[in-house]
Design a protein around this ligand. Structure first.
Ligand code: SF4
Length: 892
């Protein structure tokens, strides 16, 4: 079958079909993914005395690709060797699967092809020195394979008992695998398709129904609703839901299906199995218990961010300490302002509290010391390193004790198998430091998917468009919009495109993708009697269109199901419901200054409910992790550089005295000073490379800003990163102004740096946005400073710096025009700022968004604006928040 997940499905379906027909089921039927099966057969031959070299262990091979990628990344100054290693390995496998000769790749003059050829040669050479063969070279060995009894047995095992609803098959096989199978004398095509596009599919049975959804979130809710309704009708039903964005949106999928299916009580399957399962699992390193173990090891080796330590203390009973004791330790860490936090610092904090909680503190300190003693400082083979990690975790009491359930037991076993595999791969790495070894283990844990064995679940959720392999009572496929299905063409950048085209790599051509999509449709239809195909009508601001392949099927009227849950309940309720308008929360305590500076009022301005939820209830979502530099760090570093830079320049006079080259060398020196401190914090090679790139980016951005500032009327920088207070009874805001300039006539210009692209402000409406600069102006006015004559958002980017400016006088920038209503505008905004402060302090929490505020707000489900009928066209209006193109000086 096409994947390990489908193999598991087939085992289950086979057992269910056999039991239903009164036969006994195989305990361990030999069903495998094609690649696993080939590897297994290869290993059997080697064991039987074949002249073939054994295959390299997967982990060992991964480490070799990692080393090859690190060399290439060094040569080409690339930032992320880990990502490169994965891409190169995938490209080598693609070339092998499609019988694309290595010499043809090496002959291509392109840089990517040369990188692949270089890395493949390295891996093969290193594997050869261990007397083994890398996985991608396996198929090239096909001609020397002979037909053996093992193959015949495997063929029989797969093709033997595939009665409906169980069927076997997968899509067209890559050329390399077909050659391999032909050489092995195996070309059976049981109920499915093996070997060629030309072989017929099983006859299509389901007539698809097409339905739409408002957006991807709504589409997911409908899918969960559909599954619940189907299970309500038949508790033994087996359903398949295909969600293409599953990996990016896993948490939401789990939440939506969990809420709908478990809340509805469908959790009780006849055999007590889970209601739904997400196929393929997730990387083992992301499972909570193991993520904690990896973070504990990191803490033993080097300082970790304070947020990591706080999470560790929350999740792990260090030394058996109670949750309240650990919370006190975390509070002390914060009170000392420790970030990052080293192991020694943590021990000191625990020691300080020993008076009150002597027993718990002593046990924690002993455990940490014992764990650290397990880690030797000298370089050592990976095999020894993983043994040390195991011992250190044992000393801490992590992953110890009896597993509370089967899933935990399986997870721990998978973890120990991973460590053992790392140990076996020692030869690929050589002696290494503990931190490097941990980085390797962590990287492997990030790539090793794990899902505990599941029973006969009701709903299987998958991201795979491939053949479901087994029959389902119903199948629902989501996300079939035009640009996603047929899937977009995807050409591997490391294998020359013409070689992929000649080899018939389907994803590399539009015709191949279309053929794939048609085959997928035929396979879905063949595997069920009920097929639902759905697509979302919009996503964010974009209107979507359905895949053209849906045009010939019957569209379903789905308006009723589109109603939000609350409206459906209201519609079903027999009597009128009582309505409670609850737009006021608790008042802000007058003795406490709100945290967040001007953003407190900015949120109140956007939507009182949002301000209350975020400032009072801490309703914040974590930004999704992104590779590379965190935008918050980028902004903070840029601010630091610009503050120092203007500290040296002082104003336009000194800037004018420098030529372009001198200005650049000044910038370079300042940036080097700032980044020197940052470089010292890490010795991770990837992080250092990213810092190097960021350093170059920051230099370019600062130079671009200086170039732009040369055009300005004379000014003196009178404040940088200046603290200010704004008392607006009953609250007082603590502010930090990026920069204040004084012009020749004494007027002040307040500037705020932004590292992103400029967006259209709305400074003329009744709820001006962004509000921040007006809050700063109000603070300066309250201090009795010189009059503010201009407010500017300064967008500092490497390509160019752009000012979004509003000023009361002419000439602040060459093209800026004076605002004729300047003083009236400032008076109005000061009154607006004061009113917002009062509303915030009084606990105003009405759901009253300003135009466009909901577009990027993640609180929709909390504020229930949709149920309240607040989803209006005004969210789609252009205006504030739109990107501004061009060289902006003045925004109207
Ligand atoms: S989604 Fe809109 S109405 Fe709801 S909290 Fe956010 S801004 Fe306010």
């Amino acid at each position: 079958v096409s994947s390990a997940q489908r193999a598991a499905s087939l085992r289950l379906a086979d057992a269910a079909a056999r039991l239903r027909s009164g036969q006994s089921a195989w305990l361990t039927p030999g069903v495998a993914s094609l690649r696993d099966w080939i590897e297994r057969e290869h290993a059997a031959r080697v064991q039987a005395g074949s002249s073939l070299p054994p295959l390299l262990a997967r982990e060992h091979e991964w480490l070799l690709w990692h080393r090859a990628a690190a060399q290439i990344a060094d040569e080409h100054a690339l930032a992320s060797p880990a990502a490169l290693a994965d891409r190169l390995r995938r490209a080598a496998r693609l070339a092998a699967d499609h019988a694309i000769a290595a010499r043809r790749i090496a002959a291509d003059p392109g840089r990517e092809a040369r990188c692949l050829a270089q890395a493949s040669a390295f891996v093969e050479r290193e594997a050869g020195s261990c007397g083994a063969m890398p996985q991608h070279a396996l198929l090239a060995a096909a001609p020397v394979l002979e037909r053996e009894r093992g193959l015949a047995r495997a063929a029989a095992a797969i093709s033997g008992h595939c009665e409906p609803p169980v069927r076997v098959g997968h899509g067209p096989l890559p050329e390399g695998i077909v050659t391999w199978m032909a050489a092995a004398g195996w070309s059976a095509a049981p109920a499915g398709v093996v070997g060629s596009d030309a072989l017929p599919l099983p006859e299509a049975s389901a007539e698809p129904r097409v339905c739409t959804a408002r957006d991807p979130g709504d589409e997911l809710e409908r899918a969960a609703e559909w599954a619940a309704t189907r299970l309500e009708r038949d508790r033994t039903a087996r359903l398949l839901v295909v969600v293409p964005d599953l990996h990016a949106d896993r948490a939401r999928v789990e939440r939506v299906f969990g809420q709908r299916l478990d809340a509805a009580g469908w959790g009780a399957r006849p055999q007590g199995d889970a209601t739904f399962v997400i196929e393929g699992g997730e990387p083992i390193g992301r499972h909570k218990e193991l993520a904690v173990a990896l973070d504990l090891l990191a803490l033993l080796l080097r300082p970790v961010p304070a947020a990591t330590l706080v999470a560790l203390l929350q999740d792990f009973a260090l030394g058996g300490a109670s949750a309240s004791t650990r919370a006190r330790w975390a509070t002390r860490v914060a009170a000392h302002g420790l970030d990052p936090v080293s192991c020694e610092a943590l021990l000191r904090v625990i020691d300080e509290s020993a008076g009150r909680e002597a027993g718990a503190s002593g046990a924690a300190i002993d455990a940490v010391r014992a764990a650290r003693a397990c880690l030797t400082p000298a370089r050592a083979p990976l095999l020894r390193r993983v043994a040390e990690f195991d011992a250190a975790l044992g000393a801490l009491g992590a992953l110890a004790g009896e597993a509370p359930d089967s899933a935990t037991y399986q997870r721990r076993r998978a973890w120990h198998e991973l460590l053992a595999a790392c140990g076996r791969a020692s030869a690929g790495v050589g002696p290494c430091g503990a931190a490097d070894a941990l980085a390797l283990v962590r990287a492997l844990a990030e790539r090793q998917p794990f899902a505990p064995a599941s029973g006969d679940v009701g709903v299987t959720i998958t991201a795979e468009f491939e053949d479901p392999t087994v029959g389902y009572d119903a199948i629902r496929v989501c996300g079939l919009r035009a640009e996603r299905w047929p899937q977009p063409v995807s050409v591997d950048p490391f294998v020359p495109w013409y070689l992929q085209r000649d080899a018939g790599v389907q994803p590399a051509s539009a015709a191949g993708r279309l053929a794939q999509a048609r085959r997928q449709l035929a396979q879905w239809r063949a595997r069920t009697g009920e097929l639902v195909l759905s697509w979302p009508e919009s996503e964010d601001d974009a209107r979507l269109v359905p895949s053209p392949l849906l045009a010939r099927f019957r569209a379903e009227d789905s308006r009723r199901a589109a109603l939000p849950l609350a409206l459906r309940i209201a519609a079903a309720a027999p009597a009128t419901l009582e309505v409670l308008e609850d737009g006021r929360g608790r008042a802000w305590p007058a003795s406490q200054a709100p945290r967040g500076g001007a953003s407190v009022l900015d949120r109140q301005n956007q939507c009182p409910f949002r301000a209350y939820a975020q400032s009072r209830l801490a309703a914040r979502s974590e930004p999704p992790p992104e590779p590379g530099i965190d935008p918050t760090d980028r902004g903070a570093w840029l601010h630091r550089v610009l503050a120092r830079l203007w500290g040296e320049l002082g104003g336009s006079a000194r800037l004018a005295a420098l030529d372009e080259r001198e200005a650049r060398s000044l910038v370079q020196r300042v940036v080097d000073d700032v980044f020197r401190d940052l470089d010292a914090v890490t010795d991770d090679a990837t992080a250092l490379r990213q810092l190097q790139r960021e350093r170059r980016r920051t230099v370019a951005a600062a130079v671009a800003l200086l170039r732009r500032e040369r055009d300005r009327a004379p000014f003196e920088v009178v404040a940088r990163e200046r603290a200010a207070r704004l008392a607006l009874a009953p609250i007082e805001l603590q502010l930090q102004l990026d920069r204040v300039d004084r012009l020749a006539d004494g007027g002040l210009v307040v500037l705020d740096y932004k590292s992103g692209a400029p967006q259209q402000p709305d400074w003329d409406g009744p709820r001006p946005e962004p509000l921040q600069l007006f809050v700063y102006e109000a603070a300066l006015a309250a201090e009795g400073s010189a009059p503010v004559v201009g407010l500017a958002l300064v967008h500092v980017q490497p390509a160019q710096a752009r000012f979004v400016l509003r000023a009361g006088v002419a000439g602040v920038l060459p093209r800026s025009r004076p605002d004729p209503q300047w003083s009236g505008r400032l008076e109005r905004t000061r009154a607006h700022v004061a009113a917002l402060a009062q509303a915030f302090a009084a606990g105003d929490a009405r759901v009253d968004p300003r135009s466009g505020a909901c577009r990027y707000c993640e609180l929709t489900s909390l504020c229930r604006r949709v149920e309240r009928g607040l989803q209006t066209d005004r969210d789609d209006e252009p205006g504030a928040g739109e990107s501004i193109e061009g060289d902006v000086d003045d925004a109207r």
